[in-house]
Every structure is written in C-alpha cells, then in structure tokens.
Design a protein around this ligand. Structure first.
Ligand code: HEM
Length: 422
C-alpha cells in the first residue's frame, strides 16, 4: 500500500502552498478523466473504500467511495459534522482564506453549515417550500422559458446547448418560483457565475446576487404574492431578514449547477448514445429512465463536499483524525462492488437507489422539482429541434474544470432550421 496518510500534514510554516503537492491523486484529475471508474478502481485497490486524495495542491482529504461508508458519514452528525468551522486545515492555515475550495467548502450561515436541531429549524422552511410547488405549473413555466430560448437560436441551424440553453434554465426556473422575472433572473445568473468563477469579480458577484434577492424580499413585503418568497417571509422558523435572505440564496444557488449538469449530461447522452436515443425515440424507454441513467452513470455532484470528523475514529479501515475533511464520492458509490453482484449493469430500470441526491438529514430537498425542470428542458430541446446532431467528436467534448463536478463545457449541435414563415 502506498504511503500518504492524509493526517501526515507538513506544518504551515514549512508549506509552500502554491508548489506543494501531497503525492496523492487530485480530485480534479478524477473529474477531468474520460473514465473516472478506472481511477476509482485504482484507489479501491490501493486503499479500499475510503482513500486519501488531494483536494487542491497541498491540501489532503478523504474520498469516501463505499455506499455503506457514505451512509455512515451522511447520517451520523454527532461524529461527522457539516460545519466547516471544524476543518483542522482551515484553522491551521494550511488552506488559504482565498482558496478556490472556498465557495464549496467554507462555512456559511445557512442550512448547509449547521447540524442537528439548528439544521432542522432552517431546513423545515425549505421542505415546506418544496411541498408547495405545483409540478404542473412549474412544468408549464419551464417549457415556456425553454421554448423562448430555442426560438432565440433555431433559425441559425446550430447552437451550443450549454451556453445558449442549459446554463440559463435552472436559474430562470427557480427564480420564477420565487416570483422573480426573467430579466432579473439573468442578472442573478451573472452574479452567481462571477461568484463561482473565484476570479477578481467574485466578491462583487456575491454582493450583486444578495442585493438583488434582498430587493425581491423587501418588495414582496409590501406586495404579497403566491410564490416562494412570500412563503419564506411568513415562515415561523425564520427569525430575521438575514435568515430569509440566506434561505433564498441557498435554494437558488444549490439548484443551479446541479440541475444544469443533469440537463447537460442527459442531452449529451441522448446525442452520443444511439442505443439510448433509439430506445427513447422508439418509445421503449421514457425520458425519466434516461434521466435515471444519468444519475447512475454520471451524477451531477460527482464528489459532494464535505463532512468534518469531530473525533478521532475509523472508517472503511482507515484512521480518521478529528478535523479531517471527508468528501462523499457519490459517483463512485453508485458503482460500489459491495452493492453489486458480478456482471450486474450500473442501471436497472426503475431502480432509484443511486446516491445522486445523497442521503441523511442534508439530502437534497428538491429532487422532485429538479426532475420536473430537467425533464421539461430535455423534452423541449428534443421536440423543438428535430434532427439535432452533435457537431463535435463525442470524445472531444471538453469538461469544465472542477474537483466536484463533470459538466460538459460546450455541447455544439446542428439541426435543420425551421421553415421560414411568410
Ligand atoms: C431545483 C433544483 C435544486 C434545488 C433548489 C436544490 C436545493 C438543495 C439544497 C437547499 C440543499 C442543501 C440541503 C441541506 O443541507 O439540508 C441541497 C443539497 C444537495 N443537493 Fe440539491 N437542489 C436542486 C437540485 C439538485 C440536483 C439536480 C441534484 C443532483 C442530481 C442535487 C443534489 C444535491 C446533493 C448531492 C446535495 C447535498 C446533500 C449532502 O450534503 O449530503 N440537487 N440541494
């Protein structure tokens, strides 16, 4: 077994952050790979279901790949906290305050950063919101916004389905549920892109994003409406404007990248896998089964950050130290050999036991509305752009660089333009 226990940290004083590497497999190498399964297998052979990996140069963490081990860390908050203020490497200065890991891993005052009773207090309003979403109304509004997007490029006979289509849909759809009009939805999108770009305009993007939502919240106070903003403002669990605002921020931002990737990966699969496309187009497979296939093969959160060990413990045969960071290997767990009998395929019709939405108290509250949005987006593209074909070698589709996700950066397509109307 190779050495490289993630607990063997050099002291911050001797660490050259920019040039230091841990000698471990970088998470971003796995997400960038054309076949992550090969790398997961290599890690399993070397370490078993819980492997040390590099989160960014010089920063170590554990990748948890076993289905049963993920269940343990996602369910046991007394031992594995969601609160990044417990992260030893952050407290010790091994992780820089401006680290690219920040947007996904640092603590924020919202539902994601709390455990136990405080988490449940902040989570209940989100579950209540989701239960009030009318799926038929949501579907109609997503179909209408997707049809508008397609109309913007259809006459050209070609488009990039990421930048011109999938990238706008989740934001506009969820913003619409909060009573936010399309023009403001595009402004929110610009702020969020800047925030997650981690560039010079990142702070400004965050400020714009929150300022727009604060305006929406204040406007809704004077003009109540039947939307999710009103439902949050009037929820008894939320104590002040900041908690209401942070609940809006988390719902709109958590659903953005995940739903975008689900749409993008399903369209990619339909355009590159003739077997699947043939079964869907021939009516032998519904779109829902194609969506499930993506959640098995390429779940939107490939690696879900993060849990932090509260005590020294043992997991999957590895010694975990208090303050260690653990990443949920949701894609790896979907193909965990321990839950498969040999020769069984990754996907079996109607089986939704994938970990794409995680499990335990922090599991995604929005799997149903996310499916409504994704299904409407995929169906609208397939229906409105008949004869659509990929305009790039499938093996050359680039991925956006990220340690957490595998999102196609572009998906260029060509299609017969609709006949001109007189
Ligand atoms: C309308 C779209 C969506 C919204 C509004 C949404 C919202 C959220 C929120 C608020 C959380 C934090 C819950 C908590 O900490 O208690 C969350 C967690 C999560 N969501 Fe979603 N989500 C959406 C779509 C998706 C999609 C499409 C996926 C993947 C298929 C996904 C996967 C996850 C995962 C893996 C977590 C983390 C669970 C954990 O930490 O264990 N979400 N989502």
């Amino acid at each position: 077994m190779p050495s490289g226990d993630p607990t063997e940290h050099p002291t911050p004083a001797t660490t050259e952050r920019a040039s230091c590497t841990t000698g471990l497999m970088p998470l971003s190498q796995i997400t960038a790979s054309s076949d992550p399964a090969v790398l997961y297998q290599r890690l399993r052979n070397d370490w078993g279901p819980v492997a040390p990996v590099e989160l960014e140069p010089g920063v170590r963490g554990w990748l948890v790949m076993g289905w049963a081990d993920i269940k343990i860390i996602a369910s046991n908050e007394a031992l594995y906290s969601r609160d990044a203020r417990n992260w030893r490497d952050l407290k010790n200065g091994i992780v820089a305050q401006d680290s690219g890991l920040g947007p996904m891993m640092f603590w924020r005052a919202n539902v994601i950063g709390h455990d136990g009773r405080e988490h449940r207090r902040l989570r209940a309003p989100l579950d209540d919101l989701v239960s009030h979403i009318d799926p038929r109304r949501l579907r109609r509004s997503v179909e209408s916004l997707c049809t508008d997007l397609v109309s913007g490029f259809a006459a050209r006979g070609k488009a990039d389905l990421i930048s011109e289509y999938a990238a706008s849909i989740p934001m506009l759809a969820v913003a619409g549920l909060f009573g936010i009009e399309t023009r403001t939805g595009f402004q929110l999108l610009a702020g969020l892109m800047a925030l997650f770009g981690s560039g010079d305009d990142s702070q400004a993007g965050n400020a714009d994003f929150e300022a727009i939502l604060a305006n929406v919240m204040h406007a809704r106070r004077s003009r109540p409406a039947d939307d999710l903003t009103h439902a949050l403002i009037t929820h008894p669990n939320l104590r002040n404007d900041d908690e209401i605002l942070q609940s809006m921020v988390v719902m709109i931002s958590a659903g953005y990248e995940t739903t975008l990737i689900w749409i993008a990966q399903t369209l990619r699969l339909m355009l590159t896998d003739p077997r699947l496309a043939g079964r869907v187009n021939g009516g032998r497979l519904g779109i829902d089964e194609a969506l499930d296939e993506v959640l098995w093969r390429d779940p939107p959160m490939t690696h879900m950050p993060t849990r932090f060990a509260l005590r020294d413990t043992e997991l999957g045969g590895r010694s975990i130290r208090a303050g260690d960071a653990l990443v949920l290997g949701l894609a790896a767990a979907n193909s965990d050999p321990q839950i498969r009998t040999s020769g069984e395929s990754a996907v079996s019709l109607g089986n939704r036991s994938y970990l794409a939405f995680s499990m335990g108290p922090h599991q995604c509250p929005s799997r149903d509305p996310a499916r409504v949005i994704t299904r409407a987006a995929v169906e609208t593209a397939l229906t409105r752009l008949p004869g659509m074909k990929l305009d790039i070698d499938p093996a050359q589709i680039p991925l956006r660089p990220s340690p957490w996700t595998r999102c196609p950066a572009v998906l260029p397509v060509v299609f017969p333009p609709p006949p001109a109307t007189a």
